[in-house]
Ligand binder design. Structure first.
Ligand code: BTN
Length: 254
C-alpha cells in the first residue's frame, strides 16, 4: 500500500518524486508496472520491505523491515542499463561513507565493508511503448540486525546498524543517496562516459587485487588490472594475457 509521496523540486531528475510504500513484492517490479502509465523520469519507488526482493543473477534479496529498498526510473539516450548500474555504485558508496561506513566497491557494484556486503544494485533495461527505460534498484542493509538475514548470507554481509553506533533513519539515508544519484546522472548525461569510468576505476577496490573469475566455462586467475571503456574488468593472467570480465562469479583471492 502507498503510504506517502514526497516531492523535491531542487533535484534535477532523480528523486523529484518519491512514492513510499509499506510493502511491495519488489520495488523494481512496481517501478516497471508504473511504466505502463506516463511516469516522469527519475521517479522513485521506496518500500519499507519487500516480499520478493530480487538480486543479480536471479538470486533473492532478503528485504526485512529496517533495510532500505528503492528503485528509480531512468530514460537514458543509449541502452546503457548495465553501465548505469556500474556507475551508480559510486553514489551508494558515497552515501555509506557519509553515514560512517568506509565502504568500497567490489566489481561490478557491490558495496562492501571489510569484505562483507552492505548494499547491492540491480539495474534492468526495459522497453515500454518502444521507449528504452532503465530501472535501477538499490538495496542497503541499513537498520537491520544481521540475524534477520538468511543464514547463508550472514557470514558475508554486514549492516549500517552493526558498523555504526548512531541511528540513521532510512528517510535521511535515501535523501542523501538520491542527491548523489541525481548528481551522478546529470554528469552521465553531460560528460563523456570515459571520464566517469575513470572515477569508477579510482573507487573500485577490486583493482590491483588477485582474483579468480569464471569467464564462460574458463576460470581465469590473475590481477584485476583496469576498467575497459565498455565497463569490463580487465584481468591480467599470470602469463600477462588480458581477459575482459563483465558478469558472473568473481572471487577476491587473499
Ligand atoms: C544484488 O547485489 O544482487 C542486487 C540487489 C538489489 C536489491 C534491490 S532492493 C530494491 C530493488 N528491488 C529489488 O527487488 N531488488 C533491488
Amino acid at each position: 500500500m502507498k503510504i506517502g509521496e514526497v516531492h523535491d523540486a531542487n533535484r534535477k531528475i532523480v528523486g523529484r518524486t518519491i512514492l513510499h510504500f509499506d510493502a511491495v513484492e519488489s520495488t523494481n517490479e512496481t517501478a516497471k508496472e508504473l511504466l505502463e502509465s506516463d511516469v516522469e523520469e527519475g521517479l522513485v519507488v521506496w518500500a519499507d520491505r519487500q516480499a520478493a526482493g530480487r538480486g543479480r543473477h536471479g538470486r533473492a534479496w532478503a528485504s526485512p523491515l529496517g533495510g532500505l529498498y528503492a528503485s528509480f526510473i531512468l530514460r537514458p539516450k543509449e541502452a546503457h542499463a548495465w553501465l548505469l548500474g556500474l556507475l551508480i555504485g559510486m553514489p551508494v558508496v558515497k552515501a555509506l561513507r557519509h553515514f560512517g561506513v568506509f565502504a568500497g566497491l567490489k566489481y561490478p557494484n557491490d558495496a562492501v565493508y571489510q569484505d562483507r556486503k552492505i548494499a547491492g544494485i540491480l539495474s534492468e533495461g526495459v522497453y515500454r511503448h518502444d521507449v528504452y527505460h532503465v530501472v535501477v534498484g538499490i538495496g542497503v542493509n541499513t537498520n537491520v540486525d544481521l540475524d534477520k538475514l538468511p543464514a547463508d548470507v550472514q557470514p558475508k554481509a554486514t549492516t549500517l546498524k552493526r558498523e555504526v553506533n548512531l541511528f540513521v533513519a532510512n528517510e535521511e539515508f535515501l535523501d542523501y543517496l538520491l542527491n548523489q544519484v541525481d548528481d551522478l546522472y546529470s554528469r552521465y548525461r553531460n560528460t563523456r562516459i570515459e571520464f566517469l569510468l575513470k572515477d569508477y576505476r579510482g573507487q573500485c577496490t577490486t583493482i590491483g587485487k588477485r582474483v579468480s573469475a569464471m569467464i564462460g566455462k574458463d576460470r581465469v586467475i590473475g590481477k584485476a588490472y583496469d576498467i575497459a571503456t565498455n565497463g569490463a574488468l580487465v584481468i591480467a593472467d599470470d602469463q600477462g594475457k588480458k581477459h575482459p570480465f563483465f558478469e558472473g562469479t568473481l572471487e577476491i583471492l587473499k
